[in-house]
Design a protein around this ligand. Structure first.
Ligand code: PGA
Length: 251
């Protein structure tokens, strides 16, 4: 049985005041939900604040990125051990904004995935095709390349303790969502790809959908057999909206 995960990717948003308000809206509210795990991924500067505000509630804490090395002369970077020490359990790896804007290659993403696990963090590996790639029928080729680049580096066994998020780039922050059928098609293909290496790991692997998920479309997406929750950007910045999405994933 795969427990759905609903993860909020706050991206580069927030102030101490807005973070306090958002967490006040969330903390305690998710505890009554059954059969769903809830995760928030604030900016690095808010991690300690969020960790304190989470307190004893069921909300999990994650970061949006990490560096490949554990420490040393890497000005401006944040390491896996720092995140683990700050109370993070999860970390996003290979988000399309990092791939497109920060030049992260499949190789770097694979190294970050490995670094996360080495330091006890669960990586949430993000994958997705651009609009051009979808329109030229390259969706599965791109998804396979991005997924297998990590599998070849860390081995399929590593996915026993990882999450994968399918996020079509054309659906991120655009208000345009993949239809449940479009998303399910990619999720099923991804699971089949993983199953070629290990049927057991593929069956247990949580596959999240991301890209303009909101309360109004979450239930339909989460009802698909291979969609095990969501990675939520914009809608995760409003407590009520995010809670409604968590509710849609709960049983
Ligand atoms: P969005 O972002 O929900 O705002 O489309 C999703 C993401 O980038 O993780």
């Amino acid at each position: 049985m795969r427990t759905p995960l609903v993860a909020g990717n706050w991206k580069m948003n927030g102030t101490r005041a807005s973070v306090a308000e958002l967490m006040q809206g969330l903390a305690g509210e998710t505890d009554g939900l059954t059969g769903v795990e809830t995760l928030v991924c604030p900016s690095f500067v808010f991690i300690q604040q969020v960790q304190e505000l989470i307190g004893k509630t069921s909300i999990k804490l994650g970061a949006q990125d990490l560096y490949v090395e554990a420490g040393g002369a890497f000005t401006g970077e944040i390491s896996g051990p720092m995140l683990a020490d700050a109370g993070c359990q999860y970390v996003l790896v290979g988000h399309s904004e990092r791939r497109a804007l920060m030049g992260e290659t499949d190789e770097i993403v694979a190294r970050k995935f490995a670094a996360a696990q080495e330091h006890g963090l669960v990586p949430v590996l993000c994958l997705g095709e651009t609009l051009d790639e979808r329109q030229s029928d390259a969706t599965m080729a791109v998804i396979s390349r991005q997924f297998l680049a990590v599998v070849e580096t860390v081995g399929i066994e590593a996915f026993r303790n990882a999450v994968v998020a399918y996020e079509p780039v054309w659906a991120i922050g655009t208000g345009e969502t993949a239809s449940p059928e479009q998303a399910q098609e990619v999720h099923a293909a991804l699971r089949a790809l993983a199953a070629k290496r290990s049927a057991k790991i593929a069956a247990d692997l949580r596959l999240l959908y991301g890209g303009s998920v909101k309360a109004a479309n979450a239930r339909e997406l989460f009802s698909m057999p291979d969609i095990d929750g969501g990675l939520i950007g914009g809608a995760s910045l409003q407590a009520e909206e995010f809670l409604a999405i968590c509710q849609a994933a709960s049983s």
